[in-house]
Design a protein around this ligand. Structure first.
Ligand SMILES: [Zn+2]
Length: 297
């Protein structure tokens, strides 16, 4: 039974601190029919029509983000362990980068449009939800499972983490990326600067994790957490006076600045500093997205 203190409401949904789940989510939860409609048909056409085009434009930056994740996998796995599953792989850029680095990639993605794009990149993708896929019950056949911007969209994220656990070989690694909500910058913006909770987006975003609640979810499935790190804390632009909420032009300008920042920090004399400041931010609950690495014990 999902119940707990109501902390907000948005688009006709209550946002609750669910006692049963141990994280914040909306009620009522969307049905499978709602999800089919959103993710098989609408997501990359109506909801995020520019997503694929923009990811292509930003690819140099995305690849340094992805390389940090692949560096971590390659430091923690022997060279013969390169079987990779990306759940909710979207247009396939993460898997493409892996393929270039010698990984054997497979994607799962409900959106037909995104799958067509991934296939054009030469990536093997199953066009469905994981629950409906032929690999769901195949056992431990992957060395890495990657789920970026997926668990916040799923009505039963615990079940998905359990499935991911079963699909990993012993010693396999999971990498989960989720928006980091009700973070300290957002709390300041709301309490001191009069911002409405702009991060709430039901029914697309069902779950609102922070570092602790996403770690607990992974631990419940049996994972041991190896590292928490952060993606650039975009909310910092709001604190500095660049209000991108509901303003795509300002949003793209802020995004361009963060790309420059990350690209320069990726220079050899700064890259260790970059990795350390993002880990330090994560320790303090800061970061627009949390990035968690866990291992199957
Ligand atoms: Zn719940």
């Amino acid at each position: 039974m999902h119940k707990g203190r109501i902390i907000d409401n948005a688009n006709g949904y209550d946002i609750i601190e669910c006692e049963q789940c141990g994280f914040v989510h909306i009620t009522p939860l969307p049905t499978q029919e709602d999800l089919d409609k959103i993710y098989k048909e609408e997501y990359y056409t109506t909801e995020k029509p520019l997503f694929i085009q923009r990811q292509q434009e930003d690819l140099e930056w995305w690849n340094i983000v992805y390389d940090d994740r692949y560096d971590f996998f390659e430091q923690n796995l022997s060279q013969d362990k390169r079987r990779l599953l990306d759940i909710g792989c979207g247009p396939g850029f993460f898997l493409k980068r892996g393929q270039e680095r010698g990984w054997k990639p497979l994607g799962i993605e409900p959106s037909t449009q995104a799958v067509a794009h991934a296939k054009n990149l030469g990536i093997d993708v199953l066009n469905c939800f994981l629950d409906d896929s032929e690999i769901k019950d195949r056992g431990a056949i992957f060395d890495v499972v990657h789920m970026s911007e997926v668990l916040e969209h799923i009505p039963d994220p615990a079940a998905l983490c359990n499935t991911a656990y079963n699909l990993l070989a012993d010693g396999g690694i999971i990498c989960v990326v989720v928006p980091n909500e009700y973070n300290p910058f957002q709390i300041i913006l709301r309490d001191k600067l009069g911002f409405q909770p702009y991060w709430l987006a039901p029914p697309h975003h069902i779950n609102y994790f922070n570092y602790d609640s996403i770690e607990r979810l992974l631990q419940k499935s049996g994972f041991r957490i190896l590292q928490r790190t952060a993606m650039f804390p975009m909310d910092i632009f709001l604190l500095m006076g660049d209000n991108y909420v509901g303003n795509d032009k300002v949003g793209r300008a802020c995004h361009a600045k963060r790309k420059r920042f990350d690209l320069f920090l990726n220079e050899p004399i700064l890259i260790d500093f970059k990795k350390n400041i993002y880990k330090l931010m994560a320790e303090h609950g800061i970061g627009r997205e949390s990035v968690l690495f866990g291992i199957k014990k």
